[in-house]
Design a protein around this ligand. Structure first.
Ligand code: UTP
Length: 295
């Protein structure tokens, strides 16, 4: 029987150069979706998929993330004295929803390197990786579907989404074959940022991975690849030589908040869905659109 997936690793140590100047002093993972930072959505997704131990890979410029998941006794007393119980519950829950740990990646040497930093913490267990700037909507059921696939097959699983062929060169790309399941396929080859003309498919690796612990030995052996960074796709390709790997396919519900336009879409869509402020925001949005002749 497969070991349960209890641990999640969230790499969040990159420079976030696409979000400068904001990301010079504030981590892009702390960008607000109204009143909750992006990283909170990622942690909540891992908790909802059954993970109780979360390791965030951070860097010395990103201490504010550690504060966000810590207790804040002085603020708790102020909120209690003012009778602000809802706000109090929110900040206490945040610190208690899971065991959130932090480890620093001294140099941003790539995603593969960041994941490799989790080796001692994870040990000999399967674990999930959730990129710190990629929000997956609950309706897409990505991480929960990946956990189900892992529990059934006992192999590593990677999230795959179809993208226009012209865009595949921006992603890790997977060649796959059918195994008679609707959303789960077998991965037969992987290539990082392929030339679209020769890419084996238009299935892109998207922000969620579930690995057996064997990935750590492959990361150790992986030399810097595209962009001089230690690429997780290269380590996965080596893993594929020894172990089977599955892909979990999904079509929508991903927001890459590290990209400005996708971040704005996340703010709009996720705020519209809120019962407290969604209707008011919808009215503002349609007013703005109408007054600018956009609808
Ligand atoms: P990205 O490539 O999207 O992040 O990596 P980046 O490098 O910070 O962003 P740009 O391209 O400069 O704008 C995906 C995730 O992996 C983390 C990032 O923090 C992000 O959450 N990452 C990336 C690390 O933790 N360490 C690295 O060395 C690289």
């Amino acid at each position: 029987m497969s070991k349960p997936v209890r641990k999640a690793v969230i790499p969040a140590a990159g420079f976030g150069t696409r979000f400068l100047p904001f990301s010079k002093s504030v981590p892009k993972e702390m960008l607000p979706i109204l009143d909750r930072p992006v990283i909170e959505f990622i942690v909540a997704e891992a908790v909802a998929a059954g993970m109780t131990d979360i390791l965030i890979i951070t860097s010395r410029h990103k201490k504010v993330m550690e504060d966000h998941f810590d207790r804040f006794p002085e603020l708790e007393v102020v909120l209690a004295n003012k009778g602000k119980t809802e706000e109090l519950d929110q900040i206490v829950d945040l610190a208690q929803q899971a065991n959130v740990h932090f480890i620093r990646q001294g140099e941003a040497l790539g995603l593969g390197h960041a994941i490799g930093m989790a080796s001692d913490h994870v040990g000999d267990e399967p674990f999930a990786v959730l990129l710190g700037d990629d929000i997956m909507h609950e309706r897409a059921g990505v991480l929960t579907g990946m956990v189900d696939a892992y529990e059934e097959h006992g192999t590593s699983v990677v999230a795959l989404m179809e993208v226009p062929r012209a865009d595949i060169g921006s992603y890790g790309c997977a060649a796959t074959e059918d195994i008679g399941e609707s959303r789960v396929v077998r991965v037969t080859d992987l290539i990082e940022k392929p030339d679209p003309a020769v890419a084996p498919s238009n299935l892109a690796i998207m922000g969620r991975y579930l690995f057996t612990p064997s990935i750590f030995a492959e990361i150790e052996e992986t030399a810097p690849g595209v962009g001089g960074e230690i690429q997780i796709t290269d380590a996965m390709l080596s893993l594929l030589a020894h172990e089977q790997m599955l892909g979990f396919t999904f079509a929508e519900g991903r927001f890459d908040t590290g990209k400005k336009a996708d971040y704005l879409r996340a703010v709009v869509e996720l705020t519209l869905e809120r019962s407290d402020i969604g209707p008011e925001f919808a009215a503002i949005l349609s007013d703005v659109c109408r007054s600018r002749g956009l609808v």
